[in-house]
Design a protein. Structure first.
Length: 395
């Protein structure tokens, strides 16, 4: 399934045991209501890329086993007992049927039958992310040129939230392209309210990698750091420990998981390419999707227009003496530099442990827990988290 969702009111994509307010949970519930799947625990749900709380998506891809009206074809699992087969009918319109029971901010865009060996994550060749923010006095040309330094294969350990307990020790990733585009051409170049978009396309990304890269680029755009900072952070021999800095903030997320390419997918196109996949959407489903999203646009556009009108009056007529520029605050929380507050350059700040130190401390912690159990000093198995006890690192 190719799905679109506005993630602002959800706790991420993946299903969670104690939290039902997730995108995947709503998709499962929708198909359960129309009896398209037998059991959520056996539907083999898999996703291309997990998105965090608040993150939206234009072309997220999920795979799962659903009821079918046909007896054979790509991905069709026929029952062993042929007497259980119903007379064959035209295939179910999964898009139209699934959307009937979904919340307004989640929509299935298309479906495609896939062979058993297809996996949403591993069959994906590249992923795209977009991050929106206002120009708000930024040097866009500096951001645009600095962003190109990320392209290619690099070790991004200084541009992520490293979690060695999850077994992530290889931080090399390939960025295929980074582009900065201005979205609102109706405003003059450099207008503080002009919306911009950074688009990242890569084969895979680390946890918080997009937010970290955006944070550094915004610091460069504000003139607080030089583009050479990126070179230093990508040079692991020179900077083996990640300096402390704020990641780009989660607001009404300006950040969304854009599009995928399966056995063919770049980063900024409207229709991802998949090798051997034929996306299907009936004409009735297409009309309903377009009508639905147009209505959502009208609702949000009216709200934006009302806020813009009020802001214009406040800035120009009511309080013209207040020449403030706080548009970036929701996405860049670092306090402004003032004479009474000196900002410390990122490379001179305190650092995290190096990757090697994190691995060593992790293994020492595991060894201490094992020793406690051997000695019988504690019988509290809860002290050992299974994901940590079973070391992900080579022995």
């Amino acid at each position: 399934l190719k799905i679109l969702y506005f993630g602002w009111d959800y706790n991420g994509l993946a299903r969670q045991e104690l939290n039902k307010q997730t995108i995947a949970e709503k998709v499962i519930e929708s198909f359960e209501k129309c009896r398209m799947l037998e059991d959520a625990s056996t539907c083999s749900l898999a996703v291309c890329g997990r998105t965090d709380k608040g993150v939206s998506a234009l072309s997220q891809v999920l795979t799962l086993i659903l009821r079918s009206n046909v007896h054979s074809g790509i991905g069709v699992i026929a029952p062993e007992d042929k007497s259980m087969l119903y007379p064959e009918k035209p295939e179910i319109d999964y898009v139209l049927v699934g959307n009937r029971n979904l919340p307004a901010d989640i929509r299935i865009l298309a479906w495609a039958p896939v062979p058993p060996e297809f996996t949403a994550r591993r069959s994906c060749l590249s992923r795209s992310y977009k991050y929106f923010f206002p120009a708000s006095g930024l040097n866009l040309q500096a951001i645009r040129s600095a962003a190109k330094k990320f392209e290619g294969a690099h070790d991004f350990r200084n541009f992520c939230s490293s979690q060695v307990s999850n077994g992530v020790v290889n931080h090399e990733r390939r960025i295929l392209s980074v582009e900065l585009n201005v979205h609102d051409s109706s405003l003059p170049e450099g207008h503080p309210r002009q919306m911009c978009c950074l688009t990242f396309r890569g084969t895979a990304f680390l946890y918080h990698q997009i937010r970290c890269m955006v944070s550094i680029l915004l610091s460069i755009g504000r003139g607080l750091e030089q583009p050479a900072l990126i070179d230093s952070l990508l040079d692991i021999a020179k900077t083996p420990r990640k300096p402390q800095y704020e990641i780009a903030a989660r607001m009404l997320p300006p950040f969304y998981f854009y599009e995928l390419i399966f056995l063919a997918e770049p980063l900024v196109f409207c229709e991802p390419e998949y090798e051997g996949l034929e996306w299907q959407t009936s004409s009735a489903a297409r009309e309903e999707i377009v009508k639905h999203i147009q209505r959502m646009w009208t609702e949000q556009a009216v709200r934006t227009t009302v806020v813009t009108h009020m802001l214009d009056r406040i800035e120009q007529d009511l309080f013209p003496e207040c020449q403030q520029n706080n548009y970036l605050w929701p996405v860049c929380h670092e306090a402004p530099v003032t004479p009474s507050r000196n900002r410390q350059p990122i490379l001179k700040r305190s650092t995290e442990e190096s990757l090697e130190e994190k691995i060593k401390n992790y293994e020492n912690k595991k060894s201490r827990k094992e020793a406690l159990l051997v000695k019988g000093d504690t019988d509290d198995q809860s002290l050992i988290n299974e994901s940590e006890y079973n070391s992900p690192f080579p022995q």
